[in-house]
Each structure stands twice: as structure tokens, then as C-alpha cells.
Ligand binder design. Structure first.
Ligand code: ADP
Ligand code: MG
Length: 590
């Protein structure tokens, strides 16, 4: 138990070393605060003593009252500083956790990230980490104070009479039993709670993200039901959970701080028998009352503590995600040619799920290679392996003779530009979206890239031009236009190796023409790998590679393949057929 606690506390503060000092300071201040809170009781005791002895006069009473007031002021000030420091500490820890998680996602194999739904990740990054704030800011420092106060009070009672100390603890065993029962009953449920919560989160995200599809396919009813069911299930579960522990929890809450049940009669009896003086009996009663608040708080905190422990353990799973191993030092790369050597790859790591079975592929520096083949053959996978979104299961991917595993990811990213089908636009202006390719580019350079990528024309038509927020524009831009933005981005980046994955799929002929022009500008003099369905766009490739079922079926120039590869010939016929059909039907319409 102890070592476990240490390890999750450690992982909370792992990248926030300086914050530990603040935590300690806030704990110390909190202990000072509660200790000062006890002093007024002692002052009152002295005042009562004065009255009992018949020596009370205004000056003496006022003196003790002043001391009490002063102690109270110390209590308030120390508490204020303690929570100030602890809140500052808590938000720094949350910040470091969120940054660490984001960094993990960047360095983990993409597969590990994609195993989690967006809802799950969002709930972890935003809600769960936020939920750590109140416990961090309050529970630890205040808990320490509230732990010290009953101990001091009990020691004080012990000094007055040991029977008083014992009497104050009379309800303690019973409340402990109730507390244990609560823990046993609710213990298993944290996990279920978490799952239900994550499920609800991902259903909500899916519902909103898929709302266009849902509407288009008239699935509103079914999808809404799935969403509503997740919410209802969550409610049912939580209500059931709460009611299962309701009685034991309330009992322990009632019994634990009931120190007065024991001390009051015992103090009266002892005073009655002349064992202690009346003022001491009064002090004993005041001390046991002082404990009530602290004990009640401790109970709430112990409940919260388990929640925190659970949350941090969930976080740890993300924080300890494996990283793609990468060296620190830059590698010396001899050329910008790419070489795949006997690459085997499986997304799951299982042999039976292997999708590439020994691929050998050579992209000489400055060459234009096309990758074609039936859907699902592994073309996109080859592209992702070159960009090292995943690591190969066996074999190697080399750039200029250096294994991609032997260069820092930042260096690899300098070498490789990857334009995929889904061109993600960030929620900032179009200008900034393009500038992502090179954060140091001036506005003029960004605009020049946009012009070269044939973006200028449609951007000018937008009311806010380059300053249009991509979120708004994103809805208005066509797939081809978004693609050209992505190409402009890559142009700014100016990496020597360019990979285009189905960059011309789904675009209308007019757009295709523009995209072809922009691609031509992007890829001049680059080592180029194009994955294309439209074979007309790659007929000039230096080498066309046919990939089928995870293996290379044939390679060569267009003429060679048309002669030797029946699969390619069929694909070409189909392509030509589709094209002439499109042309003739267009002619008919005209
Ligand atoms: P292509 O681009 O040639 O259409 P892909 O490389 O996308 O083919 O896919 C090759 C195979 O790998 C397919 O069987 C596909 O289902 C599988 N696959 C693709 N992406 C993943 C993934 N993220 N996880 C598991 N399997 C995948
Ligand atoms: Mg693909």
C-alpha cells in the first residue's frame, strides 16, 4: 500500500519538481493554521478559570480575548497563504501533466494513440486532470492540518485526564467498521464508473462528429438512442452505486466525528467527583468539539483520496505509453533516396495479421515512383512506415543509408513531407495553417507558397481572405481546396522527400487539373512517392510499383508493365474505360 502510494504520488510530481516545495510549504502553513485555531480554546479556558477563581477583571479578560483574536488572525492568514500556494502548485501540476501527456502522444507509436477514442482521450486530458485540482489544492495541505488537530487535541485531553482521551474515541471503532464496509462495497465500482464515464464521453463525441452522416442516412433515431442509452446507463449506475453505500457511509459520517458523545458525560462525571476542575471540564468539552470539523473533513478526504489514486493510475497508463525509441544526435544522411529492405509489418504485432510480407522498394534520390494496386494492398501502410508513424516488424526503412530508427524524429520530419487524404486544418487562420509547414516563414513566403499551390484564387474569394478561420472555411472548402492548402504547407516545408497518398482521389476534373499543377510545383527535384488511383497522373513515373496483398507483384515503367503485368493492364483498361465513359457522358450532356 505504502509503496503504491509513493509511486502514483511520484508520477504526479515527476515533471514538476519545484512544485513539491510549494506543497510542503502549504502543508506547513496549514498545520500552523489549525494549531493556531486551537489557541482560542485555551484562552477561553483561562477566562473561565478567572471567573471561577473570582479574579476576573476587565483588563485580564480583555487580555486573553486579544490573544484569542490574535491566534484566530494567524489561523486565517496561514490558511489563506496555504491555499494560495497550494492552488498555484495544483495548476502547475495539471499543466505539467497535460504537457507530458501531449508529448507522450507525439512520441508513441500512432497505433497506441489510435487505440483510444477521442472521447476517452479528451476526458483524460481535460476532465480527469481537472478533477485532480481540488484534491491537490485542498486535500493534501488541509488534510495534513486536519490530521494534526485531532492528534494535538487528544494529547491535550490525555494531559487533562487519560479517561477523557479514551472517551473521545468511543465511537471510533464503530465508525471504522462502517467506513471499511463502505470501502468494500464501493471499491470495485470505481473501475465500472470509469468505464461508463469513458463510454459516455466517446458516444457523445461520436454523435456530434458523425452528425452529418447520421442525418444523411436517417440514422438519427438509432444514434440518438445509443447516445441516450449511454447517458441513462451512467445515471442508473451512479445512483445504484451511491445507494449501495448510502447507509454505511452516512453512519460512518455521523459516528466518526461524534467525540462529544464520550467526552461530555465523562468530563461532567470527573468534575462532579472532583477529579478535574470545572474549567478543565469545559476545556475538555471545547477540545472535543474542535475535533469534529477536522474529523469530518478527514473522512471526506479519505474518500476523495481513493478517487485521486484511481485517476492517477489511469493517467499512468498514458504517461507510461511506450515511446518510439529515437537517438538524440542527428544522423549523417548520404542522400535523400529511400530504401525499404525486406519489410514485414503487422499493425497488431501478431504474425497472422501481417499486412506487408517482405517488401523491397528503392526510391533513388530525385526519382518519381508510383505505388498502385488494389485497395487494401498495403500502399498507405508503406507510406506510413516511411514517415515512421509505426515501426516495421522486421526488415528496415532507410533514408540515405540510415535506418529511420537511427535518426531523431525531428530530423526525419525535416526529410519527409506526407500529404494524406484527410487534410487536417487546425482552428486558426488559413495563413497560419499554411505557415505550419515552416513556422519561420514570412507572410510573403506563405502567400507565395499558396500561389504556387493554386490556392490564391479561392482564398481571395473568401470574405476574410487569408485571415479566414479554418474552422469556418473548413466547412466551406472543397476536398480539393483543402488538399491544395495541405500542398502549400508542404511547399513551405520544402522537404526533399515527398509522399502523396491518393492525393487526387475524390476531386472533380477542374480541381484535379489545379492539383496536378500544384503537385508539379511541389515535387520538382524531390524524391517522390505517389499513391494514386488515377493512373493517368502517374504515367510519367520513373518506376511504377504494383502492390497486391502486401507484396510487390510487378514493377517497371508504364510501357513495361502494360506488356508484362496483366493486373496493371486490367487496371489501366478500367481507368481508360472510366475516363472515356466520363468524357462521352459529359459530351452527351453538352
Ligand atoms: P491501401 O492503402 O493499399 O488501400 P492500406 O495500407 O490502407 O491499404 O491497408 C492494408 C491493410 O492493413 C488492410 O487490410 C487494412 O485493413 C489494414 N490496416 C490499415 N490500417 C490499419 C490500422 N490502423 N490498424 C489495423 N489494420 C490496418
Ligand atoms: Mg490507402
Amino acid at each position: 500500500m505504502k509503496t503504491e502510494e509513493k509511486s502514483w504520488m511520484k508520477s504526479l510530481f515527476a515533471s514538476a519538481e519545484g512544485e513539491k516545495k510549494k506543497l510542503i510549504l502549504s502543508v506547513v502553513l496549514s498545520v500552523i493554521s489549525v494549531s493556531a485555531g486551537l489557541a482560542p480554546f485555551y484562552c477561553m479556558y483561562r477566562v473561565i478559570c478567572l471567573f471561577v477563581a473570582g479574579t476576573a477583571n476587565a483588563a485580564a479578560v480583555a487580555g486573553w480575548c486579544l490573544w484569542a483574536l490574535l491566534a484566530y488572525a494567524v489561523k486565517i492568514a496561514a490558511f489563506a497563504f496555504s491555499t494560495g500556494v497550494s492552488h498555484n502548485m495544483a495548476y502547475h501540476v495539471l499543466e505539467s501533466l497535460r504537457l507530458r501527456l501531449a508529448d507522450r502522444f507525439l512520441h508513441a507509436p500512432l497505433g497506441n494513440v489510435e487505440n483510444h477514442t477521442i472521447g476517452e482521450i479528451k476526458s483524460m486530458m481535460v476532465d480527469k486532470i481537472e478533477n485532480l485540482e481540488p484534491p491537490l489544492a485542498h486535500m493534501i495541505p488541509e488534510g495534513a492540518g486536519h490530521m494534526v488537530l485531532p492528534i494535538v487535541s487528544i494529547i491535550a485531553l490525555l494531559c487533562i485526564d487519560w479517561r477523557l482521551a479514551l472517551a473521545s474515541l468511543v465511537t471510533f471503532p464503530l465508525s471504522m467498521v462502517c467506513m471499511m464496509l463502505t470501502m468494500v462495497i464501493s471499491g470495485k465500482n470505481f473501475q465500472t464508473y470509469d468505464k461508463a464515464n469513458a463510454y459516455m464521453n466517446s458516444t457523445i463525441v461520436e454523435y456530434i462528429e458523425g452528425i452529418e452522416v447520421i442525418k444523411a442516412f436517417g440514422r438519427a433515431g438509432v444514434s440518438y438512442e445509443k447516445y441516450a442509452k449511454a447517458i441513462t446507463d451512467f445515471r442508473t449506475f451512479v445512483v445504484k452505486w451511491l445507494s449501495s453505500t448510502y447507509v454505511t457511509m452516512k453512519l460512518s459520517f455521523a459516528l466518526f466525528p461524534s467525540t462529544l458523545i464520550g467526552t461530555l458525560p465523562v468530563a461532567l462525571a470527573l468534575a462532579n467527583h472532583g477529579v478535574i476542575t470545572a474549567p478543565l471540564a469545559a476545556l475538555a468539552v471545547m477540545l472535543s468539539i474542535s475535533m469534529v470539523g477536522s474529523l469530518a473533513k478527514l473522512e471526506v478526504f479519505s474518500e476523495n483520496m481513493r478517487q485521486v489514486e484511481f485517476t492517477v493510475k489511469g493517467l499512468q497508463e498514458f504517461l507510461e505509453m511506450p515511446e518510439l525509441p529515437e537517438p538524440k544526435a542527428r544522423a549523417v544522411v548520404k542522400s535523400t533516396g529511400v530504401e525499404l529492405k525486406n519489410v514485414h509489418f503487422s499493425y497488431t504485432g501478431e504474425q497472422r495479421d501481417e499486412v506487408l510480407h517482405g517488401v523491397n522498394l528503392s526510391l533513388p534520390q530525385g526519382s518519381f515512383t508510383a505505388l498502385v494496386g488494389p485497395s487494401g494492398g498495403g500502399k498507405s501502410t508503406v507510406a506510413k512506415l516511411i514517415a515512421r508513424f509505426w515501426d516495421v516488424s522486421s526488415g528496415s526503412v532507410e533514408i540515405g543509408g540510415v535506418n529511420v530508427k537511427d535518426m531523431p524524429l525531428s530530423q526525419l520530419s525535416e526529410y519527409v513531407s506526407f500529404v494524406t487524404q484527410d487534410n487536417f486544418l487546425f482552428r486558426c487562420s488559413l495563413l497560419e495553417n499554411i505557415r505550419l509547414g515552416n513556422p519561420n516563414a514570412t507572410d510573403d513566403e506563405v502567400k507565395a507558397a499558396a500561389r504556387a499551390a493554386q490556392c490564391e484564387e479561392f482564398i481571395r474569394k473568401l470574405p476574410q481572405g487569408y485571415d479566414t478561420p479554418a474552422g469556418e472555411a473548413g466547412k466551406r472548402l472543397s476536398g480539393g481546396e483543402k488538399q491544395r492548402i495541405a500542398i502549400a504547407r508542404m511547399m513551405l516545408k520544402n522537404a526533399p522527400i515527398v509522399i502523396l497518398d491518393e492525393a487526387t482521389a475524390f476531386t472533380d476534373p477542374e480541381n484535379e487539373d489545379k492539383i496536378q499543377q500544384s503537385i508539379a510545383a511541389l515535387t520538382q527535384g524531390k524524391t517522390l512517392l505517389v499513391i494514386a488511383h488515377r493512373l493517368s497522373t502517374i504515367k510519367n513515373a520513373d518506376n511504377i510499383v504494383v502492390l497486391r496483398d502486401g507484396a510487390i507483384a510487378a514493377e517497371g515503367t508504364q510501357e513495361q508493365l502494360l506488356e508484362t503485368c496483366p493486373l496493371y493492364r486490367d487496371m489501366w483498361q478500367a481507368h481508360i474505360g472510366a475516363k472515356s465513359w466520363a468524357v462521352s457522358s459529359a459530351a452527351k450532356e453538352a
